[in-house]
Design a protein around this ligand. Structure first.
Ligand SMILES: [Zn+2]
Length: 533
């Protein structure tokens, strides 16, 4: 973009720096408070509260000068199937020689209900290492293993020999399940290294009886064909290995050393009965379009996305059962709205169109973004980039950002340069084990060949005060009712981040060339496949 335009945009977004809490940050926080208000009931998929939030966002997009870009005004409705475990009627046991070792549901294992279960399951099981198959890297945990009609038991994670993003990609549930299914498996049991749990087992298991959602469209649903699925408490995982000559602790030690994991049949069969309640629900993605100023480029769009949904109402913690999702991800949606206002009010719009996208069903497995990225509404045009916001966590000063996917495309190069000129450092992925590259909505754009970045605050040393604050937030407020609007926020940092992203969005939309994948990037294949389609 031209210097003049940078100056114009900077002016437009400029604030009186003198006050501790600048006015745009107040406006941004007002959106967060509205979206995270108890009256929105945690914006659960299919809920009234989500719909009210979607109406609010559509109103704000219109107010910012964005025209409707959905298939139904500002909405792209997404159809879901809701399922809920009837735990007292369900059971899970490991059986050998007629003796059953029953696992306590909740304490030992959590049954997933992301699929329609058969009447019962009685199947052999095979330990398949990480359960990954990546032919491009000659890596195959399923080679020579007979999985036909069996449950694949795997350790979450991947071999250190693979590049981080490829390792993350292969671990995506849809990607992994497609491979396991092709090998004949009927389902899987996922084991976890206790040091890699994203939250304590107790916190994870607490909400196992709330509704979960999948995509109703079987062409989009990536759980298709699953007949059984369970997550196992690390403290109970040893029981799967009785009679095999292997131990869970031994396998963990092998994995931690980075050595290849063995693969072997288990001595115990898996018996299960899974009973569910089922319902249908619809929640929309919200789509607004700020039309580009260049007639030759406005059919190309930069998609700025943030998920609008959160976990709804769940198990009470300290008497509070509303999972408000203020940081996760009312903040991202509020940033979207404020960027829309800024760019919408500019004298000269960026050359390409900017698609504002508030997504449904992210917490249920990136579902709204899958529906959108696979079948974008016609008004969206040609998507050339995705910039995704999900819980960027402005609770510490902004010194550096992590941009997941930064090394994969020229979009990343562009961000590196832009952030650098704004004095913001680029921090590396602080925890590749957590596979954030595949854990938010940008991943569905990546899979459709669209260069994408996902941003969060970064660069805080673990033992620094900000590092400790972030870690504590993850332990206590992440996916908990206390992620509400009564928590401390660093408004100055939020404001600086919002301006950085607004500037970068305009920068991408104004660039002469659209972003492309680096030729050597593993993910370039998806762009080639998209062209072939
Ligand atoms: Zn989120």
């Amino acid at each position: 973009m031209s210097r003049a335009r940078i100056a114009a945009l900077a002016l437009l977004l400029a604030l009186p720096i003198t006050c501790a809490r600048p006015q745009p940050a107040d406006r941004w926080w007002a959106h967060v408070r509205w979206l995270a208000d108890d009256a929105r009931e945690g914006r659960g998929t299919g809920s009234r509260g989500y719909q009210a939030a979607a109406d609010y966002v559509a109103r704000e997009f219109r107010g910012a000068g964005a025209r409707s870009g959905g298939t139904d005004g500002y909405f792209q409705p997404v159809r879901f199937v809701g399922r809920r475990l009837r735990e007292p009627e369900s059971f899970l046991a490991l059986v050998r020689d007629g003796r059953a070792d029953t696992l306590a549901l909740g304490a030992d294992a959590v049954l997933s209900v992301a699929y329609d279960p058969p009447d019962s399951v009685d199947a052999g099981a095979v330990f398949v290492g990480y359960g990954l198959q990546i032919p491009e890297y000659g890596y195959d945990d399923l080679a020579g293993v007979d999985l036909r009609g069996k449950v694949a038991v795997y350790l979450r994670g991947g071999p250190p020999s693979l590049p981080e993003n490829v390792r993350a990609y292969a671990q995506h549930q849809g990607v992994r399940w497609r491979r396991l299914r092709a090998a004949g498996a009927i389902g899987f049991a996922a084991l976890t290294d206790p040091t890699a749990l994203p939250m304590s087992w107790e916190r994870f298991a607490m909400n196992r009886l709330t509704w979960g959602y999948g995509l109703a469209d079987t062409a989009l649903d990536e759980h298709h064909g699953e007949k059984f699925k369970v997550y196992v408490n690390p403290a109970s995982s040893e029981r799967f290995f009785e009679g095999t000559g292997h131990t869970f602790d031994g396998l963990l030690a092998t994995a931690r050393r980075g050595d290849p994991l063995p693969r072997f049949p288990l001595a115990r069969r898996i018996h299960a009965r899974v009973r569910i309640d089922r319902k249908e629900a619809t929640s929309p993605n919200v789509v607004g379009i700020l039309e580009g100023s260049d007639p030759a480029l406005r059919h190309e769009s930069v998609v700025l996305s943030a998920h609008l949904d959160h976990l709804g109402i769940g198990a009470a913690v300290k008497g509070d059962s509303i999972y408000n999702g203020a940081m996760d991800n009312a903040t991202g949606v509020a940033t979207l709205i404020e960027i829309a206002r800024g760019i919408g009010a500019a004298k000269v719009r960026p050359r390409r169109s900017i698609v504002l996208l508030a997504l449904a069903g992210e917490e249920e497995g990136l579902l709204g973004s899958r529906a959108f990225a696979v079948n974008p509404p016609p008004a969206v045009g040609t998507m050339v980039a995705n910039l995704n916001l999900d819980m960027f966590l402005p609770i510490v000063p902004l010194r550096a950002t992590v941009a997941y996917g930064i090394d994969e495309s020229t979009l990343g190069d562009r961000y590196r340069a832009f952030a650098g000129s704004a004095g913001i450092r680029i921090a590396p992925d602080p925890n590749p084990q957590q596979t954030y590259f595949i854990r938010s909505d940008q991943f569905n754009f990546v899979r459709q060949g669209v260069p994408a970045l996902f941003f969060e605050f970064g660069g805080t040393a673990e033992d620094s005060a900000p590092g400790k604050r972030l870690a504590k937030w993850g332990e206590t407020r992440y996916h908990a009712p206390s992620d509400d609007s009564r928590q401390p926020v660093n408004f100055k940092a939020a404001d600086a981040f919002n301006r950085l992203l607004a500037g970068f969005t305009a920068d991408v939309a104004n660039a002469r060339e659209r972003p492309v994948w680096h030729e050597k990037s593993f993910f370039a294949r998806f762009a080639r496949e998209a062209v072939a389609r």
